[in-house]
Design a protein around this ligand. Structure first.
Ligand code: MN3
Length: 214
């Protein structure tokens, strides 16, 4: 069984870029629905004792698209909640150096990130990822994740599905992405992920049920 992970902040913590109303629907309805479907499908497949990470990998390996889509969306949303904070501070230390080395500076990374998100056709995700010390921006379609897609370690992600921004920004994905990058990106979390990537460690893992009982 997997569980709907808790938000690491209040529903209103990301306002005005993302309203409490959007966060409530996004977490309590969208994310919750993926958790329920993933649990139902995992139970039918006899895979209900797996972690979310194992479930994503296993479903993909078995070509179980429905289970994969739901499990990957569970994981992607857990990672997305961590990728944001209401107290966004600029990148520092090794992460800042890597951003400068890979993109020139933070403003150039922003341009690349926003262009990738705006240029992405339809639903999906835009990621900042690390391959060793190198950083890159990639987008994935629908539920596609970075756990199974490549050797890239995700640092942060932004949700490009319309449910992520439509109530607050309507069709203006570009305005959403620019504000998201400037005001919500959680660079402390990205720095932790970058450290894990360079140490060859897995980094973020979706909380197991027991982790949330405290
Ligand atoms: Mn979403």
């Amino acid at each position: 069984m997997i569980e709907l992970c808790k938000l690491p902040y209040a529903y209103a913590a990301l306002e005005p870029v993302i309203s409490a109303e959007t966060m409530t629907f996004h977490h309590d309805k969208h994310h919750a629905a993926y958790v329920k479907k993933a649990n139902d499908l995992a139970a039918k497949a006899g895979l209900d004792d797996l972690s979310v990470e194992e479930l994503v990998v296993q479903a993909k390996a078995q070509g179980d698209t429905k289970l994969y889509n739901n499990a990957a969306q569970v994981w992607n949303h857990g990672f997305f909640w961590q990728s944001m904070t209401g107290d966004s501070a600029k990148p520092s230390g090794d992460l800042a150096s890597a951003i400068d080395a890979s993109f020139g500076d933070l403003a150039s990374l922003k341009t690349t990130f926003v262009e990738a998100g705006v240029g992405h056709f339809g639903a999906g995700w835009v990621w900042l990822a690390a391959v060793g010390d190198q950083l890159k921006v990639v987008s994935t379609h629908d539920a596609d994740d970075l756990l199974t897609a490549s050797g890239d370690v995700p640092l942060i992600v932004c949700d490009l599905w319309e449910h992520a921004y439509y109530l607050d920004h309507q069709n203006d994905r570009e305005a959403f992405l620019k504000s998201w990058f400037d005001k919500l990106a959680n660079w402390d979390f990205a720095a932790q992920q970058f450290m894990a990537a360079r140490a060859g460690e897995p980094g973020y893992s979706y909380p197991a049920m027991a982790d949330q009982s405290a």
